[in-house]
Design a protein around this ligand. Structure first.
Ligand code: ADP
Ligand code: AMP
Length: 207
């Protein structure tokens, strides 16, 4: 199973990706997570740290390189879920090219649709447990006592607005791109986590 998850920031991709990855036994590959890990390790160049902090995209070559390397690791042999990559049509083309060179292809591209006003609330109140990576929401999925919570630097309201804007300008054009390739399935991301989960599994033809 090789799957791409597209959707604006805060749509619920990471939350739903966990369910799919558990079900299919595939790794969740998030370029955002990889970049944040590089930043924490002090290995991300300052100009990229600044770009991320302002809600912009890092250059295509950087993330294309991360994906080319990560998808060859052992745990990705039977497939993977890409969360937050590709984010531009050139990234989509690079992914298509690298899979083709390996005699592989994508099975499905899931797009999670959530309107702008919900995205801001979902992202601004998102908290992640540093130890487990579990995603919580202060209102919709409150963390347990004792969780070691992190509030992402780019989950401030003004930066989230910028990221939604960047999604609309740079990433949304991947929807017609993948639709033409016959890979796109759109899922309504409004509702409880369980309701959305049901729709996601229906869209990929699984229970
Ligand atoms: P993304 O990976 O698309 O940026 P996340 O999965 O991290 O989004 O979800 C963003 C925030 O919204 C998190 O705080 C998460 O707990 C919350 N969330 C996810 N799905 C739902 C939902 N269906 N209803 C309400 N809140 C949700
Ligand atoms: P995410 O965790 O997916 O919300 O990504 C956080 C930030 O990392 C984004 O706002 C971008 O700055 C950067 N980023 C993650 N994935 C990509 C990508 N595929 N292309 C460019 N920038 C990315």
């Amino acid at each position: 199973m090789r799957l791409v998850f597209v959707g604006p920031p805060g749509a619920g991709k990471g939350t739903q990706a966990k369910f799919i990855c558990e079900k299919f036994g595939i790794p969740q590959i998030s370029t955002g997570e990889m970049l944040r890990a590089a930043k924490t390790a002090g290995k991300l160049p300052t100009e990229l740290v600044e770009k991320m902090g302002l809600g912009g995209l890092v250059p295509d070559e950087v993330v294309n390189g991360l994906i080319a390397e990560r998808t060859t690791q052992d745990d990705a042999k039977n497939g993977f879920l890409l969360d937050g990559f590709p984010r531009t049509v050139p990234q989509g083309e690079a992914l298509g090219g690298l899979l083709k060179d390996r005699g592989q292809s994508l099975n499905v591209v899931l797009a999670l649709d959530v309107p702008g006003e919900l995205l801001i609330e979902r992202a601004v109140l998102r908290r992640t447990d540093k130890r487990t990576g579990q995603i919580y929401h202060l209102k919709y999925n409150p963390p347990p006592q004792g969780a070691d919570l992190e509030h992402r630097a780019d989950d401030q309201e003004d930066v989230v607005k910028k990221r939604v804007d960047v999604y609309e300008k740079m990433t949304a054009e991947l929807l017609p791109y993948y639709d033409k390739l016959g890979l796109l399935r759109r899922v309504n991301g409004v509702g409880t986590v369980d309701e959305v989960k049901g729709r996601v599994f229906a869209a990929i033809g699984s229970k």
